[in-house]
Each structure stands twice: as C-alpha cells, then as structure tokens.
Design a protein around this ligand. Structure first.
Ligand SMILES: NC(=O)c1ccc[n+]([C@@H]2O[C@H](COP(=O)([O-])OP(=O)(O)OC[C@H]3O[C@@H](n4cnc5c(N)ncnc54)[C@H](O)[C@@H]3O)[C@@H](O)[C@H]2O)c1
Length: 428
C-alpha cells in the first residue's frame, strides 16, 4: 500500500512513521522544503520524535518526503494534516486545507481516497474540501473517489501515547468511502471507531476539545473563588479526584495554549451562527480562560508590591514558554501573553525554557523572534525581582528556584512540597 501524508507537522509526521512502521510506503508532502530535506536526511524537528525513528523508516525505503504534489498520484490514499488556525478576526482559516485540496486535485485518480485530519467545523470535508477536489479533478466524491474525515488525537508530551494505540474516529462521505478509509487506517491503527458521516466525525473532535476548554475554564473560575476564601484549589482538585467515578480532574493555569483548545471551539461558534444557534458555554469558557494572563500579571504586581517594588522597571523571568509541560511547542502559549502584558507595564522580561533555546518566528508574536532563553545558574536567576512559573516542565530544578529567587508566582502548583520562605511564594 502507498499513502501520501500532506503536512508533516506534529500530526502528520508521527502518523507517517506509524504507517511506515507497519510496512506501508509513505510519501510525505509538505510545502516547507526544510522539513522535507530534514526527513530525507533522516533527521527530526520535533523533540519527542527521535531522529533514529525517522532515519529507520527512510533508510528502509518506506518513507520519503517531497514538495512535489504530483507524487500523490502514485498513491491510493492522501491524508491531509495541515494547520487550521483562526484569522486575525478569530474566524476559521481553512485556507491551508483548501490549498492542499487544490494541490492534490489534479493528481486524483478514480478509486483514490482523500482524508482530512485537521480539526475543523462540520461541513468542511463534504462541502469546502469536496468542492475544490471535484473542481480540480473533474471527478465526483462518492462516485469516482473516496472522501472521509478522521480527526487526530494526539497527547503531546505523553510518552505513553502511541498513534497506533489511540482509537480513531472515521466518518465517510458514503458507506463505500467509510469502508475504504477503514481499510487504509487499519494498516496503522488498532481500534477504529466508524461514525455515520464526515460531519459526525468533525463534530466529535470539536466536542473533545470544547469539553477540555470548558472544564479548564471551570477550574480557573474556581481558582479565583476558592482563593478569595483562602482555599487552595489544587488541594481541592487532588482530593476530588480520589472519587472513583463521575469526576475527571482538570487543572487551572495561566491561560489556554496549543494548537487545539484555544482555537477549535471557535470553529464551532462561527459555524453555529449560520444555523442561528448560540454557543454560550463556549463563549463564556473563552472569556474566563482569556482573562487568566491578566490575573497572573496582577498577582505578580501584588507580589512585587509586597516588596515595595513596581512592575515598571522590575526584572521578571517567565519559566516555561511551551504551552504544556515537557513539550517544545510554543503555539498559542499564554506565556507570550504574559510577556506582552508585563512589557506593556514597563517590566524587563526574560524567559527560561529548556526545550526552546531561542524563539523562532510565530504568527502572532513575531516581536519576540530571536529572544534567547536565559542560562540556568544562580547568578542569572538571582538577578530577577520575580519569577513566574507559567509551564511546569519536569526537568526544572524548583528547589534551586526557591533558593535563588526572591519572589515566585506559581500558576501550576509546581512548588508543591518545596520549602519556601515567608511571603516568597504566590500561587496564581
Ligand atoms: N498538534 C496537535 O497536538 C494536534 C492534535 C490534534 C489535532 N491537531 C490538528 O491537526 C492539524 C495539523 O496540526 P499540526 O499540529 O500537525 O500542525 P503543524 O503546524 O505542526 O504542521 C502542519 C504542516 O503542514 C504544512 N503545510 C501547510 N500548508 C500546507 C500545504 N498547503 N500543503 C502541504 N503542507 C502544508 C506545514 O509546513 C507544516 O509542516 C490542525 O488542524 C490541528 O488543529 C493537532
């Protein structure tokens, strides 16, 4: 079997490797020549994927990458894993999906399968993507070629999370499309979960991410309410999660980050408007979560104030630029929002992240490009007036932090169990 995977990022690369590992010939298609060259040279650009894993599949001849989309024509299935961000008006931007569709369409042959994996609103696959595929190929979905949607479920930073072991939802444009998609994915994934349509599969992915966004908002709200009552929300969550049924722990933080949770819910709110439907829960969760960075900065200001220092002119270090512990992914990271807000108030801002030595260009925070992580040593760290723990990477030595830094603002309960001095630790 030959498959093409379009978009070799956090989703497409592990999926490619899983197919190749299971003996499928994989052609990786990406518009970024640097990624294509890295793969063909057996290298990696994602921290949790080892170069040796890429090299093994490349040298076995089961995996190669190219920017030439005509290669899709030699495969029986094309799987699209490209970004689905929001535009600057916070509306869905499916241009990457449509551009991929346009690039594939001229190479579609009868009997081929096209699957979309990118998170998106219901209707993208069977309307928007179908339109460009049909227009560019002259073929009809469901009659001449197969079309399906199957959302990615990735748990970045979890070493036990393996593509092959995570059940995969699939919806087809027709029963035959579903059958074809199931046959292709069964070469790489152990458990497949068929649903009745592409739209049901698209809606499933949105439910999963909205569920997280809403529950994180709930604990963020409770964090503020309980703090006012002098109750530690972390203690409460840890106690509540001992309940063996009917409760699932979510944790507060400095705001949402990553490619999914801050973005995907708004794909649904946008689409719901077309149907005259309100999405109050989603909007409210968005509001609560979006208010968190300012809450943290206000808390840092109060902490500095307790030492008779203003934010303006203070040196403040952010620990963790990645949006999640133990990953190197800084997309949509709330740390950027914290840095922007602190800088706006006149602070001198720096960051430390063992996984991100230097800030590479981002869509929204380009002004930080080129900024380097500070070096971890007593001399450097003791020079800061305050340290905000934004992401709790497990490799960070929090005891040294307590030893070296006068003020700690902890948004992740990273300092739990570590002795601190009176007035030094501010939970936020
Ligand atoms: N990262 C995650 O944990 C995760 C989890 C579940 C779902 N998703 C969803 O999967 C999709 C992809 O996310 P990702 O994290 O892999 O993104 P990513 O930015 O890591 O990778 C996307 C890749 O697509 C390439 N690309 C862009 N336009 C292209 C085009 N027209 N043709 C070919 N390649 C193109 C980019 O160069 C990049 O290599 C998104 O819809 C995202 O919401 C991501």
């Amino acid at each position: 079997m030959n498959v093409a995977i379009v978009g070799l990022g956090y989703v497409g690369l592990p999926l490619s490797l899983q197919f190749a590992h299971n003996g499928v010939n994989v052609t990786g298609l990406d518009i970024d020549p640097a990624k294509v060259n890295a793969i063909n040279a057996g290298q990696t650009y994602i921290k949790h994927i080892a170069a040796a894993t890429v090299a093994a599949q490349v040298s076995a001849g089961r995996f190669h990458a190219t920017t030439d989309f005509s290669a899709a024509g030699q495969t029986e299935a094309v799987i699209i894993c490209v970004p689905t961000p929001l535009n600057k008006n916070r509306e869905p931007d499916i241009s990457y999906v449509l551009n991929s569709g346009r690039a594939i369409a001229p190479h579609l042959r009868p009997g081929m399968l096209v699957v979309l994996e990118s998170s998106t609103y219901p209707g993208t696959t069977d309307t928007d993507l179908r339109d460009v595929l049909e227009a560019g190929s002259g073929l009809k979905a469901g009659a001449d070629f197969h079309l399906a949607f199957s959302p990615e479920r990735e748990d970045p930073g979890n070493p036990d999370s393996k593509v092959a072991q995570i059940p995969k939802v699939i919806g087809g444009y027709s029963p035959a499309c579903l059958e074809k998609a199931t046959a292709v994915y069964s070469r790489a994934i152990k458990t497949l979960v068929p649903v009745s349509s592409c739209r049901a599969a698209e809606a499933t992915k949105l439910l999963e991410n909205i569920f997280r966004g809403v529950n994180i908002a709930l604990v963020n709200e409770l964090k503020l309410v309980y703090a006012a009552m002098d109750i530690d929300v972390w203690e409460v969550i840890n106690a509540a999660k001992t309940k063996p049924f009917g409760f699932m722990a979510f944790y507060p933080g400095p705001g949402l980050g990553g490619h999914c949770i801050p973005i995907d819910p708004f794909y649904l709110t946008w689409k719901a408007r077309e149907y005259g439907q309100l999405t109050k829960f989603i909007e409210l969760a968005g509001e609560v979560n979006a208010a968190m960075p300012v809450h943290v900065v206000n808390r840092a200001a109060a902490a500095l104030n307790s030492c008779r220092k203003p934010v303006n002119g203070s040196r403040i270090l952010l620990i963790g630029l990645a949006y999640k512990a133990n990953v190197d992914d800084m997309r949509e990271s709330p740390t950027f929002v914290l840095m922007d807000e602190l800088k706006r108030r006149g602070a001198d801002v720096a960051y430390y992240d063992p996984f991100i030595p230097v800030i590479t260009p981002t869509r929204e925070h380009g002004h930080w490009t080129g900024t380097q992580s500070v070096t971890w040593n007593r001399e450097t760290l003791s020079g800061f007036d305050a340290v905000i723990i934004a992401t709790a990477h497990s490799g960070v030595n929090y005891a040294e932090l307590a030893d070296w830094c006068p003020l700690l603002i902890d948004t992740r309960n990273a300092m739990a169990g570590i002795p601190t001095r009176d007035g030094q630790l501010w939970k936020s």
